[in-house]
Write a protein that binds this ligand. Structure first.
Ligand code: ZN
Length: 297
């Protein structure tokens, strides 16, 4: 979720030069979200660093499986709507070839940015032809869901929870609209309309996550799974991944996502017209209050 730029917006102040970590352990690349001070709120700096990390893992023949994990108390509380490193005005050369958004007016600004930074990057990562495992602990909220959902497997600790509360912003779900594919449409309506937390146990029951383990066993469980994946044939896994993704797309995932992306942007535009603020005057404190997640921003 993003707002429109304002002439008085100060430039971003990044708290780190390495918002994403990368470590190769055997045949497994461990990629870490590293903005723990802001509960891994996703700014452009982090998202494009994450894209570079995934690309590095994709291009390295030594890498057979990829883990996406996070430093700090939470996996990710979503898109950055208030940290000092919030950088949506920074010009970008977009991997998708969408033109730079930063100097475009009104609705085009967010449309071009979110086509690339949110929808485009998530689709790239979903289609990365190596197995990916999301290791989720703590909060996985809104944009956080997007990072978990693009992975092939999701392993959660028993303290993890999932939530998309952006109806509070007048918006029908985050940009990567997989909700009705990650859970039954009836549950997806409840998940979005009420915006309540879904526990890891419930997420397991509805088929959103593969395994739930105690927090102190999370890393070991993910290591065991990823090392097992790494023993499988590279092409066999790539083809299997493509096969399942293709089935999802035949069921309408890609076209539904395209359609809802435009509803999402109609909502951003409506918010801007009504309130002058693309996320409906919901700032980070208001959203944190609504989510009961302590915010450092
Ligand atoms: Zn948005």
């Amino acid at each position: 979720m993003d707002e429109n730029p304002t002439a008085s917006s100060p430039g971003p102040t990044f708290e780190t030069d390495e918002p994403v970590g990368y470590k190769l352990d055997g045949a497994v690349a461990w990629i870490s979200l590293q903005r723990p001070r802001y509960h891994n709120a996703q700014n452009g700096q982090m998202l494009y660093a994450l894209d570079a990390a995934f690309k590095r893992a994709a291009n390295d023949d030594a890498v057979k499986a990829i883990v996406l994990r996070a430093e700090g108390k939470h996996f990710s509380v979503g898109h950055d709507i208030g940290s000092p490193g919030r950088d949506l005005h920074v010009p970008r050369e977009h991997p998708s070839l969408w033109y730079d958004h930063s100097n475009k007016p009104e609705a085009e600004f967010l449309y071009a940015r979110e086509q690339d930074a949110y929808l485009g990057l998530c689709r790239r990562w979903r289609e990365l032809p190596k197995p990916t495992v999301a290791m989720v602990h703590g909060a996985c909220i809104a944009g956080g869901l997007m990072l978990a959902w693009v992975c092939d497997l999701i392993v959660a600790s028993d303290d993890a929870y999932f939530q998309d509360p952006v109806v509070l912003m007048g918006i029908p779900g985050v940009e990567y609209f997989a909700h009705a594919f990650e859970m039954h449409p009836r549950l997806a309506k409840e998940f979005l309309m009420l915006g309540e937390r879904m526990s890891a146990t419930r997420a397991y029951e509805v088929g959103m996550v593969n395994r739930v383990v105690p927090r102190d066993r999370l890393e070991d469980e993910v290591r065991a799974i990823s090392e097992k994946l790494a023993e499988r044939g590279r092409l066999a896994l790539a083809l299997t991944k493509q096969a399942i993704n293709h089935v999802e797309d035949l069921r309408g995932k890609r076209t539904a996502m395209d359609a809802v992306f435009h509803m999402h942007h109609f909502a951003h535009a409506q918010n801007s017209l009504v309130s002058g603020h693309a996320i409906g005057n919901m700032d980070v404190r208001a959203m944190a209050r609504a989510n009961s997640v302590k915010s450092d921003t």
